[in-house]
Design a protein around this ligand. Structure first.
Ligand code: ADP
Ligand code: MG
Length: 645
């Protein structure tokens, strides 16, 4: 003999304990065979819904045994219970319990999603069923656009989509007008005629009379039973359920689709949630590009200076006073340094602000006194004319070499400026040459806005000072820079008797640049992680809100066969979508900021790595902060979830 389809053996369902104990089901025994049409009647509070939740595997007995096709549900894990709900039972509720955000068709498809049917199969089944139930032209409507009777027919279609053997209807006519009630009961009769088992719960005697068998329940106990319907069709085969769920890929795809749907339903809230992540990511992208850009800029600047330069400044090491205010370095020092081994050139320098005048044009800028070795040390050639000579230095001749910016401000024809005179501090200086162009530095200093005069001439006519503000040493063999630096230091020590100067090399500049860069990166990293943390807390907050707002939806999904892992996946994917969208928006905004900055003349170096890193962290943020709410959602009790408002 095959086991009956449904068998309750002294089933108890108690809530609470002690004085507050409620015996919703109290030793109920009941057998229902495949193909029966049973009405369970009883007054409100008699335990009907509790019974149905137990039969539908949404809830478990606290005592006694419930067997489906001979299999005790107490021995099944949550996934197997989900599979039973998915494949054996189809629920129809008084309140329809349709998902409000999706179309009629998608509501019908829901159990098929969890059963792992392909998109096309689902579509087809759903539209067949809806057409059969007279809703063929309403497949695209959302529940809010349908009448109560139509919504309940959508719910019937949903109960049928996985070809459920048992239809469980809990007060299905409770919210319907008499016409719609009649239609629904006709529908249930037709389904029974097809061979399905129908369990109809109602408090209405008239409705119950449509069934072939009536069971009455009172205070959790079965008080009467009209007995088995002998005219029922053949018994179905034994217990079967498959653990087959949706394929992981399909599941994720569905979850992504649902995620977009629910995020779109709360567009403003989603945007606000994204803000933290967006700010974090765009800050990382933009700031790293700026940092990288300024580093490249500085590197380029030092590289153009060459690795072969040593800088001598007046003032003891550690002094922060402006070099040209300290009177310790002299032209003689520069000459002595120039005579050292391995030094190509020792270029003295001092500068001052001055007004340049040619005819009626005048222009204010800096004029720098240097020696004839300047082009060699700076590795910079002439565009027109020549540099001044040693002879010009010795004789303190009034000659000047101009950068193109300075020349352009004074002469209409830059090339023709060579040989002309410029008045500087009232004295005429003949233009000997024009320097080749070099453009602006990273911090916007125009390297073509220069005017160079022999330092000897400058000291006599312009500076009113015989001390130098710096000496630049060009080293021949760069392998011996350290040795040469030592020699220069010793020479100056010998000449001055005290260390009233500082010598630095490009390497030491680079080193301190690197240090500054590193602390900048650490700062950036902290800013980024703080904003991602804030963003993550936002994501978590919104996901928790979402879970409690959508508790009923979660209940519906569970009732239609979703496993805990399906619910978990859905909410994790939703959090990932939030993180991912925030990441993409952040990267785009960061790149936009970089674009604007580079348009405005700043050097920014956009590289793929920070963008990818920031995007990945945004995703990771979504994942980490989405896990807890997702877990919370997946642990919900289906019955409690369905009962929530
Ligand atoms: P019906 O569907 O017949 O109206 P229910 O099965 O919903 O009745 O409820 C049966 C009894 O169990 C009622 O007294 C109800 O108050 C109680 N009950 C139902 N659910 C809970 C619960 N989660 N906690 C405590 N009592 C409950
Ligand atoms: Mg009820």
């Amino acid at each position: 003999m095959t086991a009956p389809l449904i068998e309750l053996d002294h089933v108890d369902r108690f809530y609470g304990a002690g004085d507050t104990e409620v015996r919703a089901l109290d030793g109920a025994s009941l057998t229902i065979h495949s193909g029966e049409f049973v009405a369970i009647v009883g007054q409100s509070g008699s335990g009907k819904s509790t019974l149905m939740n137990i039969i539908g595997c949404l809830d478990r007995p606290t005592g006694g045994h419930y067997r489906v096709r001979g299999q005790d549900v107490a021995d099944l894990d949550t996934n197997a219970l989900a599979a039973l709900r998915r494949e054996t039972f189809g629920f129809i509720f008084q309140r329809y319990n349709l998902l409000a955000n999706v179309s009629a068709s998608e509501n019908v498809e829901l159990p098929a999603v969890y059963a792992g049917l392909s998109h096309e199969e689902r579509r087809e089944k759903a539209s067949d069923l809806l057409s059969r139930l007279g809703l063929g032209d309403r497949t695209g409507n959302k529940p809010g656009q349908l009448s109560g009777g139509q919504q309940q027919r959508v719910a019937v279609a949903r109960a049928l989509v996985n070809d459920a053997e048992v239809i469980l209807a809990d007060e299905p006519t409770g919210a319907l007008d008499s016409g719609s009630s009649e239609e629904l009961l006709n529908l249930l009769e037709a389904l029974h005629a097809e061979g399905r088992t129908i369990i109809l719960i109602t408090h209405d005697q008239k409705v119950a009379e449509r069934a072939k068998r009536m069971i009455e329940i009172r205070d959790g106990q079965i008080v009467s039973d009209t007995g088995e319907d002998e005219a029922r069709p053949e018994e179905a085969e034994g217990y079967r359920y498959s653990r087959k769920g949706p394929s992981p890929v399909g599941q994720v795809f569905e979850a992504v689709k649902m995620a977009f749907r629910s995020l779109r339903a709360n567009l403003f809230r989603t945007a606000l949630t994204l803000l933290g992540v967006v700010i974090g990511v765009s800050a990382v992208v933009a700031m790293l590009a700026i940092g990288q850009g300024s580093q490249q800029e500085v590197m380029a600047r030092f590289e153009s200076l060459g690795p072969n330069l040593l800088f001598v400044r007046p003032g003891a090491p550690g002094t922060r006073m402006r070099g040209d205010a300290i009177a310790t370095l002299t032209l003689e020092d520069a000459e002595a340094l120039g005579a050292l081994d391995n030094i190509l050139a020792a270029v003295p320098s001092r500068s001052t602000g001055a007004t340049f005048r040619v005819g009626s044009k005048d222009y204010s800028s800096q004029v720098e006194g240097v020696s004839e070795d300047w082009p060699l040390a700076q590795n910079r050639g002439l565009k027109y004319g020549t540099f001044f000579t040693e002879d010009d230095m010795d004789r303190r001749i009034g000659v000047v070499v101009l950068g193109t910016t300075t020349a352009g401000n004074l002469f209409d024809d830059v090339e023709g400026a060579v040989g002309q005179y410029v008045f500087l501090g009232g004295a005429p200086f003949e233009v000997a040459g024009i320097l080749e162009e070099k453009g602006a530095t990273g911090w916007g200093q125009d390297q073509d806005d220069v005017a160079l005069v022999p330092i000897t001439t400058g000291m006599m006519r312009l500076f009113g000072q015989n001390y130098l503000s710096s000496i630049t040493l060009a080293v021949d063999d760069t392998d011996r820079v350290a040795e040469t630096e030592e020699a220069a230091k010793n020479l100056l020590l010998a000449r001055h008797g005290t260390e009233d100067f500082q010598i630095r090399n490009t390497a030491s500049f680079l080193e301190s640049m690197q240090e500054a860069q590193n602390s900048f990166s650490i700062l950036l990293g902290s800013v980024a992680s703080i904003s991602l943390l804030v963003g993550g807390i936002g994501v978590m907050n919104i996901m928790l809100v979402s879970v409690s707002e959508r508790t009923r939806e979660i209940g519906v999904r569970m009732a239609t066969g979703a496993r805990r892992s399906d619910i978990m996946t859905q909410f994790v994917v939703e959090a990932l979508v939030v993180g991912g969208l925030g990441g993409i928006a952040g990267v785009l905004i960061g790149l936009g900021v970089c674009f604007i900055l580079s348009e405005s003349g700043m050097t920014v170096a956009v590289t793929a790595l920070p963008a990818m890193l920031a995007f990945t962290s945004a995703l990771a943020t979504g994942l980490v902060f989405g896990l807890l709410p997702a877990r919370k959602a997946s642990r919900l009790d289906p019955v409690a979830a369905l009962a929530s408002e």
